[in-house]
Design a protein around this ligand. Structure first.
Ligand code: NAD
Length: 499
């Protein structure tokens, strides 16, 4: 049994609130650790220290901040294996997938090495007689990141990289379900040269989140998690005058046109639907074959692939396809929704409900499920299941398939599989979803583009990583300057053109 505290002023510290949460080993179902849950007083003290540390960090030139990012890249690579092991043990994903989680975060840190380029302002020479005008990007001060359980390395790195490189101090509040990796990342930040207090990792639950939302020093909140919490955080942060970007849940559709390469589509669906036990916001959870002939052929190809999936612990080696889900409650919720799908008349083609793994009977493993003949009114279609469950909704035409994706309340990612360029182009242009794949099932943009969903998958204006992240974590100041030799007249009482 281990204890996870907080990272405050460059050190691991124990919590003082007296409140803790259990951290489970999802493979065995046993409690393996306990994480401290911060009180409002602990959170407020961390913020006050961060505000003091931010002054010097914000005044550090951006190339020095970029060099801290460069050192961090080397250190994360050095500790990749160690962190992946801890990540898999708390989260349940396989080691290759845990390394992917770290890698996609690392790529954002690589991008942040270019902070000087991202923070360069704009300049207009001679905007008027003797007048120059320039704008600069300045850090906001203290900002916060609140992150989910399903990417315990990637999403904290997406938050801390741009925020810190831009000169802010950050309060990071990771998920209490797998809290160890964010603390390891904080240690690496210190080793990379980040001054104490600039990154504070405060573990906690609703109490610390509410303290973040109500703390007047915190200027911006970047959140990733489920939609109801995203909406709550967005509303409360906005009511308190904070900038916020809050990314929520998903129900990602993949449309399979009759001309698609069905083997490629089936392989893609299995990886994107069941990888990480379906616990990805970019997982494909709905397959939409166009036409019954396509649907029948697709199901025929999917079933043997799904039945062959190897579900097991990360310790069993690289041929394990996916591991357990994160908690007993997550498992119960997935199975409840599967039962509901059967009750509401969907056809359960692959039934994983009785899956059990010898030696791991108390673990949170869930067998793979495939539904056919799902309709838009069913709970399994409307709800984000966040488990290894793929629903097939048959569409008659391309327009019907497009409409399904358009009408769903979530709009995180979507994909189309086709050989027809016209159809693919039309889909990419018209669909009201933030990230689109063409013959690519999980279209997660790379670090130098931006990541963000539409509709109820994202609240706020700017996306994560890429140029948007630097815009989100900075504010623009515009300066208009004129020196005495440029002053040609006395007082001016009207706005007028500068000529
Ligand atoms: P969650 O909403 O339960 O938790 C996210 C964070 O919010 C955690 O830090 C948690 O401590 C905090 N939180 C939970 N309940 C709270 C409450 N009542 N008040 C204040 N704070 C609270 O999400 P999760 O289960 O950790 O993560 C899975 C969800 O995240 C899925 O819905 C998934 O789609 C979504 N997700 C979205 C993206 C994206 O970019 N859109 C990426 C990854 C995950």
């Amino acid at each position: 049994m281990y204890e996870v505290g907080h990272w405050i002023n460059g050190k691991r510290v124990a919590g003082s609130s007296g409140r803790t949460a259990d951290v489970y080993n999802p493979h065995t179902g046993e409690v393996q650790g306990r994480v401290a849950l911060a009180s409002k007083a602990e959170l407020d003290a961390a913020v006050a220290d961060a505000a003091r540390a931010q002054v010097a960090w914000g005044a550090t030139n951006p190339q020095k901040r970029g060099r801290v990012m460069m050192a961090l890249v080397g250190l994360i690579n050095r500790d990749m294996d160690k962190m992946a092991e801890v990540l898999s043990r708390e989260h349940g994903k396989t080691i290759p997938d845990a390394k992917g989680d770290i890698q996609r975060g690392l790529e954002v840190i690589e991008y942040c090495i270019g902070a000087p380029q991202m923070l360069k302002g704009e300049f207009t020479d001679s905007a008027g007689p003797g007048i120059d005008m320039y704008s600069m990007r300045q850090p906001l001060g203290v900002v916060a990141g609140i992150t989910p359980f399903n990417f315990p390395a990637m999403i904290p790195l997406w938050k801390m990289g741009p925020a810190l490189a831009a000169g802010n101090a950050m309060i990071l509040k990771p998920s209490e379900r797998d809290p160890s990796v964010p603390l390891m990342l904080a240690e690496l930040c210190k080793e990379a040269g980040l001054p104490d207090g600039v990154l504070q990792v405060v573990n906690g639950d609703k109490e610390s989140v509410d303290a973040i939302l109500d703390n007047p020093t915190i200027q911006a909140v970047g959140f990733v998690g489920s939609t109801p919490i995203a909406h709550y955080i967005y509303s409360r942060a906005a009511a308190n005058g904070k900038r916020s970007q809050c990314f929520g849940g998903a129900k990602n559709h993949m449309i399979i046109m009759p001309d698609a390469d069905l083997d490629q589509a089936a392989d893609a669906l299995v990886g994107a639907g069941y990888g990480a036990a379906g616990e990805r916001c970019m997982a494909i959870s709905v397959a939409v074959p166009v036409g019954d002939k396509t649907a029948d052929a697709l199901i025929e190809k999917l079933v043997p692939r799904i039945e062959k999936l190897k579900v097991g612990p990360y310790t069993a080696g690289n041929d394990v396809d996916y591991g357990p889900v994160v908690t007993a409650a997550a498992k119960a919720n997935i199975l409840r929704l599967v039962n509901r799908g059967v009750e509401q008349g969907a056809k359960l083609v692959v039934d994983g409900r009785n899956f059990s793994l010898q030696g791991y009977e108390n673990g949170f493993f869930v067998g793979p499920h495939l539904f056919d003949h799902v309709t838009p009114d069913m709970d399994i279609y409307r709800t984000e299941i966040f488990g290894p469950v793929l629903s097939t909704v048959r569409a008659k035409t391309y327009e019907d398939a497009l409409k399904l994706a358009m009408d769903h309340e979530y709009g995180n990612g979507t994909a189309i599989f086709t050989r027809d360029g016209d159809t693919a182009r039309d889909f990419a242009n018209r669909v009201n979803v933030g990230m689109v794949g063409i013959n690519v099932p999980i279209p997660v943009p790379l670090a130098y583009h931006t990541f963000g969903g539409w509709k109820k998958s994202g609240f706020g204006d700017l996306n994560q990583h890429g140029p948007d992240a630097f815009r989100f974590y900075t504010r623009t100041k515009t300066v208009t300057s004129r020196w005495p030799s440029g002053i040609k007249e006395g007082s001016a009482f009207n706005f007028k053109a500068m000529d």
